[in-house]
Design a protein around this ligand. Structure first.
Ligand code: AMP
Length: 599
């Protein structure tokens, strides 16, 4: 039995994790959390909330959006067209395999998921990997398979929906509401925890690859990620292991040095890498088996300017990605701004220190007159007037500021910031250059306004996104916490879970079956529960066996109640990791435990 088998066996026996639908034979890629697993997952998610809502230096708020997502959203995000893996099918048994995993298992040394279908076909032909299901070598050509579960919203409506493949899109589409919530001030973060679905092609890796899993994502919006983030100074001296894409070699560095040396693109990204690291280590990940690996250039999404995966080391699976932390630029909001037609709602106004003069008059269409004169061409004419002035404004803005930003909008006003008044002049007949034709507009179909200034620039914010997979990390915590030793010649298991995520915080164990002892222990347990401490009460078997049962599920402390307790009002606290014992009065118990569990 390797550690993965041992951990999964323990998880199943003790109610951390069960294969879903097991009485019907189960289904690959689905697991249920049992009583202890569900308790641990909840604590783990609450710990994440602590870090990303409370500790986080950027103001953050949680939202909760539907899992069923309308097609328009996932079309805009790119998931409908691009969220796919290449699949090859076995000609002998018909079973599908993920093509990149197949060629990697056959010795391909690189990032196979960056290969095209034709390149995959060449690799499959050259390496002749066996079918993991039947052992034959008879593969179809690679074909792209979208990973989303598709459904219909409203029976017979023909309206397509999908189960969301990530929680991020809900945050992006809520951006205008969030911006209002934060009173228009950047930076801020929207976070979401919830289930996501991906119809993985052939999940064969237990909790690493699921068809339904939980995510915790933060979308952190900045006006400009190149600007320094003052809170970065608080984390700059912390260290982590980094694997830069240039060298592929792991180096231990401070976050400060990683940003200073240009390894990590900017301070906001560095800050969220550091917060991610601190959270994972607090949750119990072994810091020596945790690293940040930078995406290779051809692995990175085309819009991302930098992306790092937090990876944990597993005995069986090697280094496994469990968090992606990316600088996504303004890609996501730009997509939703365009596809929703609500461009202005996705922009944030940044006032200019000094207004900039636009050296051109603005043509303001009179839509009634334009419509009468030009019929269907009226809209194109109005757009051309707008474009003409916008181009002049961009040129003036760029000349004054040197800002390289391609996609900017402006607020125009008088030089003193007041709104332009109604003294625009009637326009003369003129010819406009529209998108695909020149349009002659008659006199009086627009007015001309002079003397406009740019007073603020409205830009689409940048996004830093830490994206966590809950289930993978829980598995990592179990594997890293797992220790197999011996006691009195017998195998003995201890799960060294962090007290901040352990599903049971304290077990209350009456040492004897004496009625008074059991009653006192019951009262003590009830008192702890009322104080919010997760407890278990166990009376069965000798005390050594009961300690063993608690050690196996990672309970940090056991509290034994014995006949002396009735006389001196004290109980024994036994520490899981040191097995040391101390006597504590019942009155001081809650405080003593709170001290141990304090963050
Ligand atoms: P991604 O959006 O692909 O970068 O995924 C973000 C995180 O979600 C990953 O780091 C994983 O922890 C988790 N994740 C992605 N796909 C799966 C899956 N099929 N099963 C379990 N966790 C997943």
């Amino acid at each position: 039995m390797d550690t993965t088998d041992a951990v999964m066996d323990l998880a199943k026996r003790r109610g951390l994790l069960w294969p879903s639908f097991e009485v019907y034979g189960g289904a690959a890629g689905f697991y249920d959390y049992g009583p202890l697993g569900a308790a641990m997952k909840k604590r783990f998610e609450d710990l994440w909330r602590h870090f990303f809502l409370q500790v986080c230096a950027v103001p953050a708020a949680e939202v909760s959006c539907p899992r069923v997502t309308i097609e328009e959203v996932l079309k805009a995000s790119g998931h409908v067209d691009e969220f796919s893996d290449l699949v090859v099918r076995c000609g002998a048994c018909g079973s599908p395999s993920r093509a990149d995993h197949l060629v990697e298992s056959a010795g391909y040394d690189g990032m196979a998921d960056a290969l095209s279908a034709a390149e995959i076909d060449r690799e499959v032909a050259a390496r002749k990997p066996k079918c993991p299901n039947c052992g034959k070598v008879q593969w179809s050509d690679a074909a792209a398979q979208n990973l989303m579960f598709r459904t219909e919203i409203g029976p017979g409506s023909g309206r397509t929906g999908y189960l969301r493949p990530e929680t991020a899109q809900g945050i992006f589409t809520d951006f205008p509401h969030l911006l209002r919530h934060f009173r228009g001030k950047l930076p801020f973060a929207g976070v979401q925890l919830g289930r996501s679905n991906r119809n993985e092609i052939s999940p064969r890796q237990g909790m690493i690859r699921l068809r339904e899993f939980s995510m915790m994502e933060a979308e952190v919006f900045f006006a400009d990620t190149a600007a320094p983030l003052p809170a970065f100074a608080d984390v700059a001296e912390r260290t982590a292991w980094f694997v830069p894409n240039k060298t592929g070699e792991a180096v231990e560095l401070t976050f400060g040095a990683a940003v200073r040396d240009g390894l990590v693109a900017n301070e906001p990204l560095g800050y969220f890498l550091a917060l991610t690291h601190r959270f994972l280590v607090t949750a119990g990940m072994d810091v020596k088996r945790l690293r940040f690996r930078q995406h290779l250039v051809d692995e990175m999404a085309h819009y991302a300017s930098d992306c790092w995966d937090a990876e944990f080391q597993s005995e069986r699976y090697g280094w496994v990605e469990c968090v992606g932390v990316a600088d996504r630029g303004c890609y996501d909001l730009t997509q939703h701004a365009r596809h929703s037609g609500r461009d202005n709602d996705f922009r944030v106004a940044v006032p200019l220190a000094a207004p900039i003069r636009v050296p051109r008059t603005r043509k303001e269409p009179d839509m009634a007159a334009l419509g009468k004169a030009l019929k269907q061409q009226a809209k194109a004419a109005a757009a051309a007037m707008d474009a003409e002035f916008h181009a002049a404004a961009v040129a003036a803005y760029r000349q004054a500021t040197g800002d390289p930003e391609a996609d900017v909008a402006f607020t125009f006003a008088n030089q003193d910031g007041t709104a332009p008044t109604g003294d625009a002049k009637p326009g003369k007949a003129t010819r406009l250059a529209a998108a695909d034709a020149e349009i002659d507009v008659p006199a009086g179909s627009y007015r001309e306004r002079d003397g406009l200034w740019i007073t603020e620039v409205r830009r689409i914010p940048r996004v830093i996104e830490p994206s966590f997979g809950v289930d993978r990390i829980l598995y990592a915590l179990w594997e890293h916490a797992y220790e197999r030793t011996e006691k009195n010649g017998e195998p003995y298991t201890v799960l060294h879970l962090s007290p901040h995520v352990a599903p049971v915080q304290a077990a209350v164990l009456p040492l004897t079956n004496d009625d008074d002892v059991v009653r006192t222990a019951t009262d003590i347990e009830a008192g702890l529960r009322r104080s919010g401490i997760l407890t278990q009460f166990d009376t069965s078997g000798n005390i050594g066996r009961r300690y063993a049962r608690q050690d196996e599920v990672g309970t940090p402390v056991c509290i034994t109640v014995d006949p002396d307790t009735l006389r001196d009002g004290q109980v024994t606290l036994r520490d899981r990791d040191t097995t040391q014992q101390e006597r504590v009065t019942v009155e001081a118990l809650v405080q003593a435990l709170a001290r141990r569990f304090r963050l």
